[in-house]
Write a protein that binds this ligand. Structure first.
Ligand code: MSP
Length: 495
């Protein structure tokens, strides 16, 4: 296994609907980390995987409703995802679709290996089934024999299915989570999984669906009457995209194990319970970290297609700019917690952090370089105590960001950058450079202006993973020796 590599994944998004803000959140966070790690390790040592989850009932249903085949439907939605990622500047290395032939063959192989090992067995499945919703419910969920969703009667169904032995690995998993504090993050999610595992006995997982009920899936290699349950298929993407089994069933990959798998907290159970057990059964290493972030909410409810309260990321990016949108998502809510989405909140962040703090620092510095030095960035001058203090802050900033991002704390990393921006702005107010100019204190003015230019260059460097276009725009305005003043980066939004 290579040490100097970084492999990061997002969930595979269902193609039953177009992407919304929630999907873009995970992907933007992954993009930011990938860009950051490329700068640390070199671009060839980072692998960023995203893609789409295309099989299963949800997609089949959406395709039926649209009068299309599931494959046609998936092709159509995939193009929306891809074009959104392109517009948002998402620098993924590979886009996997669960309908890719390589993935389909790989899943078959996984099933064969686990089946031969004896961890998949056939049994009778019994459950209360709601035909219109196409969903199974437990006795507890449908206590009154009515579907908890649509309130229509459910019927008891018995059918032959295949089960994956989760229960067998329960103690092993508890032990692994306890011994590896980094495995599930943040802490609150780790505790949630541990307490779930300690208080409940795991049921084995039903990993097949009879073809007559659901045709849209990967056929089970050992039963022609069944397809694979969508989660058993989709989770496998994280290894199918980056490696292969040899004929002895041993997996090898340049990238696996993943360094971090970003997910939303809605799919924690699948990633922190099913997935590690699948890997264990396959004899494949576990990912180092699974990080579950919180939800973007609209009012009191989670933004989701089924609730019909989704906001289109493209609308936001077009209205406020891609980098403003990225900045807002990564800055406004601590990664891991839920947050409320509103345009007022975007505008507030924009006007204060981007227009007032960053934009203002850049613009006033350019203006002074133009005015006092005819557009040439002055040489460094003598340094007083305050100046030295700010240079120390410049020097220590990259390490602070590294520490914050090692903990997936995007908000803190940005706060550190803004602390320097604000320090520089305060320094301008206190130094009153216009007086230095009037009083002919040339050495001080030179040192002061050079300091501001150095602050801005560092800011643009460290801002790159978060706001790539802005970083480039600043870089283009501050050359090695000369400036090229453009329009203000973030003109205030009047409300
Ligand atoms: N297809 C499965 C995942 C399979 S992974 C092998 C799935 N897809 S999904 O389209 O429903 O997307 C789920 C992911 O989208 C969440 O885990 C999260 O990353 C993101 N989000 C969806 N809605 C969200 C919010 N309202 N807020 C934040 N992120 C959310 O589940």
């Amino acid at each position: 296994m290579e040490k100097n590599k970084f492999y990061i994944t997002t969930p595979l998004y269902y193609v039953n609907a177009s992407p919304h803000i929630g999907h873009s959140y995970t992907t933007i966070a992954a993009d930011c980390l990938s860009r950051f790690m490329r700068a640390q390790l070199g671009k060839d040592n980072v692998f960023f995987l995203t893609g789409t989850d295309e099989h299963g009932q949800k997609v089949q249903k959406a395709a039926d409703a649209g009068g299309m085949s599931p494959q046609e439907f998936a092709d159509q939605t995939v193009s929306h995802f891809k074009s959104l990622w392109e517009k948002l500047g998402i620098s993924y290395d590979y886009f996997i679709r669960t309908t890719d032939k390589k993935h389909v063959d790989f899943v078959s192989r996984v099933l064969e290996i686990v089946y031969e090992k004896g961890d998949i067995y056939e049994d009778e499945y019994e459950g209360l089934y709601c035909t219109p919703c196409e969903a199974f419910w437990t006795k507890m969920q449908a206590g009154d024999s009515l579907c908890p969703d649509c309130k229509r009667p459910v019927e008891l169904i018995k059918e032959k299915n295949y089960f994956f032995k989760l229960a067998k690995y329960q103690d092993w998993l508890i032990d692994h989570i306890k011994k590896n504090p980094e495995f599930i993050k943040p802490e609150i999610r780790r505790n949630e999984v541990l307490s779930f595992l300690s208080l409940n006995k795991l049921d084995d997982l039903c990993i097949s669906r009879p073809k007559e009920r659901l045709g849209w899936g990967i056929p089970l290699p050992f039963s022609s009457g069944h397809v694979t349950y969508v989660w058993f298929d989709a989770l496998v993407n994280y290894i199918s995209a980056v490696g292969d089994f040899n004929n002895k069933g041993e997996y090898s990959s340049r990238w696996w194990p993943a360094d971090v798998q970003l997910i939303g907290k809605d799919i924690l159970r699948q990633h922190a319970v099913y997935w590690p057990i699948m890997l264990k059964a396959l004899g494949v290493e576990l990912p180092k970290t699974i990080f579950a972030h919180g939800w973007w909410m609209l009012g009191d409810s989670k933004m989701s297609k089924s609730r019909g309260n989704v906001v289109n990321p493209l609308d936001m990016a077009e209205k406020y700019g891609i980098d403003t949108y990225r900045y807002f998502l990564l800055r406004d809510v601590p990664f891991g917690l839920d947050g409320n989405f509103s345009e007022e909140a975007i505008i507030k962040r924009y006007n204060s952090d981007l227009a007032n703090d960053l934009g203002n620092l850049v613009y006033r510095t350019l203006t002074m370089i133009e005015k006092y030095y005819q557009g040439k960035i002055p040489e460094p001058g003598p340094r007083d105590e305050k100046t030295k203090e700010i240079y120390n802050k410049i020097a220590s900033l990259p390490e602070k960001i590294k520490i914050a991002l090692a903990d997936y704390n995007f908000g803190l990393a940005l706060e550190e950058i803004w602390a320097l921006i604000n320090l520089a702005n305060k320094h301008v107010e206190e130094t009153k450079p216009w007086n230095l100019a009037k009083e002919n204190r040339a050495g001080e003015l030179q040192s002061f202006i050079r300091l501001l230019a150095d602050v801005i260059k560092k800011v643009s460097e460290v801002l790159y993973p978060f706001m790539p276009d802005t970083a480039e725009a600043i870089k283009a305005q501050f050359g090695e020796t000369e400036i090229k003043k453009g329009k203000p980066l973030f003109p205030r939004i009047e409300t």
